[in-house]
Ligand binder design. Structure first.
Ligand code: NOJ
Ligand code: CA
Length: 544
């Protein structure tokens, strides 16, 4: 049976404006990005997810859009975009883009029309109230930065609803005209060569909060409509949800496999960081035990870090404090009372063993991995920048001026690359790591190749294995009679244990990463010997 491409792909997330500046004006652009496609293909990336690149006043890093049918002129033209998707395809890579239709910028002509005239057809595109709702102080996504979800608009003479900043007015998803417009937007970009969308803020997009339909009808039904639309236009199309779901909410989003295709696994992500902090596999095991199984055509997205804070809001209060203490102990490293605004490498003390361990977990646990640009070379963060900007500094290509990101004068850059210290571009850059066969970059390139050669992890049925060692996470993934195993030692001490591999007494296993045949013990178990923070990928089959 044909398998769905997205279930066994490696995704790479980047922001065009901070990746590579092609024309030297200090801002990353599509020309610069197109010139780096070889790099991404060489890393073994299958699909590039582009963060918003549309015209925007940039009050939320582009998640505040004023034109859904265009490219921000600072980043290029529609022509540059199409050339980029074509060249990505030639290099064997697909492109997914952000679909940010929970809200528009209040500068969007739709909102401008809506606020100026109550009779405007656009009035109903947004969510209004004549009086300030009593719960206006609740439910804001940026606590401490935004203290209300309803803001008075003098021109409209009404309050408008916004989950995020007050410059991001919520669209009314129950309006047929809004739904039709979303069809046009998705159809437009599918025609221009993208294969799918990362749906920003999905739970908020579909909610009926503040609308007459609140509490009536199932808001999740819309997902079937959207899925049907994109899949009709493009059989390969994939919807990837940004949705920080509780386990009990999961079925509503995946349906019978007829709603979204994938969703970021925020639940496991938060427990994974708790497990890393405790050096104990328990929280990961617990988090999977709580999650329901997905329909066969669906998938989780595994990730370590993103362009936002590491959101730990689903953990218990004491667990959150444990992760803060381990990975973000200073108040300046924390955000919104629930998150850490640091990159992966500094959180893990730049300990190569733990960085590899975290990546190996992301690559072998059930799901499609999503890498974040810069993590492949262990980039750091800049805590002198406000809020989430700390983790959004430009890609570090070389040890030359501006880290090779741009040939513009340093003063012209909208965000400076990290120049000084352990994570500065003189120490951490692509060029130096390409020369070093032991670098993190070359290690990742190798393990990504192995990951793609081991479809059991992406497509197989995953089961966890009891080892009697709390610091060890062991799991197996079965696919068409072939079994891959992964074992991880989250602890700082060497550990030895017997892994049941269900092999005949004269059988063997193959160490997938070391490319080595390993003998079994007489009882058919494999004796695992893991160094501190060590990991192994094994396969039991007729041979590689
Ligand atoms: C989620 C995005 O990841 C975040 O960066 C953004 O601020 C909000 N959605 C609002 O669009
Ligand atoms: Ca540029």
């Amino acid at each position: 049976m044909a398998e769905h491409w997205y279930k066994n792909a490696v995704l790479y997330c980047l922001d065009v404006k901070t990746f590579a500046d092609g024309n030297g004006d200090g801002i990353g652009d599509f020309t610069g990005l197109a010139a780096r496609l070889d790099y991404l293909a060489g890393l073994n990336v299958d699909c590039i997810w582009l963060q918003p690149f549309f015209p925007s006043p940039m009050r939320d890093n582009g998640y505040d859009i004023v034109d859904y049918y265009n490219v921000d002129p600072r980043l290029g033209t529609l022509g540059d975009f199409v050339e980029f998707t074509r060249r990505a395809k030639e290099n064997g890579m697909r492109v997914m883009i952000d679909l940010v239709v929970n809200h528009t910028s209040i500068d969007h002509p739709w909102f401008q029309a809506a606020r100026q005239d109550p009779a405007s057809p656009y009035r109903d595109w947004y969510v209004w109230s004549e009086d300030k709702p009593a719960d206006a102080h609740e439910g804001t996504v940026f606590p401490g930065k935004q203290d209300t979800t309803w803001t008075w608009d003098r021109e409209a003479k009404a309050y408008y609803f916004h989950r995020f900043y007050d410059h991001q007015a919520e669209l009314n998803i129950t309006s047929p005209a809004v739904r039709r417009e979303i069809q046009k937007v998705t159809g437009f970009w599918l025609q221009l060569g993208v294969t799918g969308f990362r749906i920003d803020a999905l739970p908020f997009l579909i909610e009926h909060k503040g609308l007459p339909t609140e509490g009536m009808g199932d808001p999740h039904a819309y997902l079937r409509e959207l899925r049907h639309h994109v899949q009709t236009l493009c059989g390969d199309a994939c919807l990837m949800a940004e949705a920080n779901l509780l386990p009990e909410e999961v079925p509503d989003y995946f349906g019978d496999g007829d709603k979204i295709h994938m969703s970021f696994n925020f639940w496991v992500n938060q427990h994974l960081f708790l497990a890393l902090a405790r050096r104990d596999a328990g929280p990961i095991l617990r988090s999977y035990a709580q999650l329901p199984a997905l329909p066969p055509w669906c998938q989780w997205n595994n990730f370590l870090r993103s362009h936002d804070e590491l959101d730990l809001g689903r953990l218990q209060k004491d667990e959150l404090q444990e992760v803060f203490a381990a990975f973000g102990p200073e108040p300046g490293m924390q955000l919104y009372g629930r998150g850490i605004r640091r990159r992966l490498a500094p959180m893990l003390g730049n300990d190569r063993r733990r960085i590899e361990l975290a990546h190996s977990l992301m690559l072998t646990l059930p799901g499609t991995p999503v890498l974040r640009y810069g993590d492949e070379i262990g980039m750091g963060d800049d805590l002198s920048l406000p809020d989430r900007e700390s983790v959004r500094t430009p890609m570090q290509w070389t040890d030359g001026a501006n880290g090779g990101f741009s040939r513009a004068d340093a003063g012209q850059l909208s965000l400076p690359p990290i120049a000084e210290g352990e994570y500065g571009y003189r120490q951490v850059n692509v060029e130096a790591q390409r020369r070093d066969s032991d670098s993190l970059l070359n290690w990742l390139e190798r393990v990504l190749r192995r990951r793609k050669e081991t479809p059991e992890f992406g497509l197989g049925e995953c089961r966890f294995i009891e080892t009697g060692r709390p610091e060890v996470l062991a799991h197996r993934c079965d696919l068409d009679g072939v079994t891959a195993f992964a074992v991880h030692n989250l602890g700082p001490r060497r550990v030895r244990f017997d892994l049941p591999v269900d092999a005949p007494a004269d059988g063997c296993v193959h160490d997938i990463l070391a490319r080595r045949r390993e003998e079994l013990q007489k009882d058919g178990h494999y004796r695992v010997d893991l160094e501190p923070y060590g990991y192994r990928w094994l396969r039991r089959d007729a041979g590689e």
